[in-house]
Design a protein around this ligand. Structure first.
Ligand code: ZN
Ligand code: ZN
Length: 237
């Protein structure tokens, strides 16, 4: 194992077992664990059998690749996610995004790094790239949630933040669109201002169909990226 990962493991251990006795996610009081009973009982972790490509939980079937990945021309190499995106996680992420509770992002970031370590990839990463927000949305929200998470991940891992990837087109909510419609909506939605060489971890808070993430990866690969690992906090089941 590489020194980077050993460092990371020690750091994460300290983060996940903090001295102060509050839940790392909601900050309720706890007795002797990192998560309170409410969070622990409510969160569904993305464990067990997962897609070999994007890291999404696979519930049934013979395939090693999930339905979403099968439909995409994939530009990412691997992926991983911490939890399943359900009502509880939705509230948690909503609190972070709209009530600006950044400690939640800090916890998300540490869990996300832990997932990266668990993959035991023999790869030295060069950059962490957040999925960008369009300028308009950035202005109205005041921050990009993916970038906040990415910054925490950089602080903990020593990797460099790279924000050369930009969203140059506003995209509608993609959930209810067909694959072709999503493809159309994301056409030329992302661009890059500089070439980006090396191995990349691309980060977002939520991973649903994978179309947005894949469009980002396409631009990154076309501009010099080598290996791309996609890491999200929550994944749609
Ligand atoms: Zn809690
Ligand atoms: Zn997949």
């Amino acid at each position: 194992m590489k020194p980077f990962f050993i460092l990371l493991k020690n750091y994460i251990f300290e983060l996940l077992y903090p001295r102060n006795l509050t839940c790392v996610l909601c900050h309720n009081e706890v007795e002797d664990s990192e998560l309170c009973d409410i969070c622990l009982g409510s969160i569904q972790f993305n464990t067990g059998r997962v897609c070999e490509s994007c890291g999404r939980m696979i519930l049934s079937g013979l395939y090693h690749i999930c339905e979403n990945c099968k439909m995409l021309d994939r530009y990412y190499d691997r992926g991983t996610s911490v939890v399943i995106y359900d009502e509880y996680v939705k509230k948690l992420i909503f609190n972070f995004k709209y009530h600006d509770k950044r400690y939640i992002a800090h916890t998300m970031a540490s869990y996300m790094l832990k997932k990266v370590v668990e993959l035991e990839l023999e790869i030295d990463f060069d950059y962490i790239v957040p999925v960008p927000l369009h300028q308009e949305r950035y202005k109205s929200r005041g921050f990009n949630q993916a970038e906040v998470i990415a910054r925490f991940m950089c602080e903990s891992s020593g990797l460099k933040l790279n924000t050369t990837l930009k969203r140059i087109k506003q995209t509608p909510a993609l959930n209810n669109l067909s694959l072709e419609e999503r493809h159309g909506a994301l056409q030329e939605a992302f661009a890059i201002s500089d070439e980006i060489r090396g191995n990349i971890i691309i980060v977002d808070d939520i991973f649903t169909t994978g179309s947005t993430m894949n469009s980002c990866c396409k631009v990154l690969k076309e501009n010099g990226a080598d290996y791309i690992l996609i890491v999200s906090f929550a994944v749609g089941s």
